[in-house]
Write a protein that binds this ligand. Structure first.
Ligand code: FES
Length: 179
């Protein structure tokens, strides 16, 4: 995923800071990755490269570890995070169809983030609301009985929210200097 303006510097600074307080042994690899992810919200390729250099381990080993453990994220969290439950109760009533509907609407696959970083989509295990299956968590709000039609409604609401926040950010556009 393409880095945003200033993100490269932020990644390098975060990795440097974590490595500064590390004993730089191979055993530090997982805690180092966890700390850098806590700072950045994910583990970009540049961070993995720098960590590999800093701990003197092959970059392929770092990448292998990050992809093995699902605690690590390879993509930045979207501004809006959608988590689709694929626990047994949700799966049995079409959780997979709900997930596919989001994938189509967001034009990304599960585990990815849209290029504009507005949306990220994940699958999760049971979130404890099985009676509301199929369940989706949208920015920490639990939504129940999420059919493909409801997916359209959720996406429209998120798009509306986005339009509103853009308008709010530009309240003075078009106004002159004098009051
Ligand atoms: S299986 Fe989805 S909430 Fe329990």
């Amino acid at each position: 995923m393409q880095l945003l303006e200033g993100e490269k510097e932020q990644i390098l600074a975060s990795v440097d800071e974590v490595l500064k307080n590390s004993s730089k042994l191979r055993e530090d690899l997982i805690p180092t990755l966890q700390k850098v992810q806590a700072k950045l919200g994910y583990l970009p390729a540049l961070a993995m490269e720098k960590i590999a250099e800093g701990l003197n381990v092959p970059a392929a080993d770092v990448y292998g570890l990050v992809t093995f453990y699902n605690q690590f994220r390879l993509n930045p969290p979207g501004k809006h995070q959608v988590k689709v439950c694929l626990g047994t109760a949700c799966y049995m009533v079409g959780g997979d169809i709900t997930l596919e509907s989001f994938e189509r609407r967001m034009e990304i696959r599960e585990g990815e983030t849209s290029l504009d970083r507005l949306y990220s989509l994940e699958r999760v295990a049971c979130v404890g609301c099985c009676t509301m299956a199929p369940v989706v968590v949208v920015d920490e709000e639990v939504e129940g009985k999420v059919t493909p039609t409801r997916v359209d409604g959720i996406m429209l609401a998120l798009q509306d929210e986005e339009k509103k926040s853009v308008t709010e950010q530009e309240p003075n556009q078009g106004r002159g200097e004098d009051s």
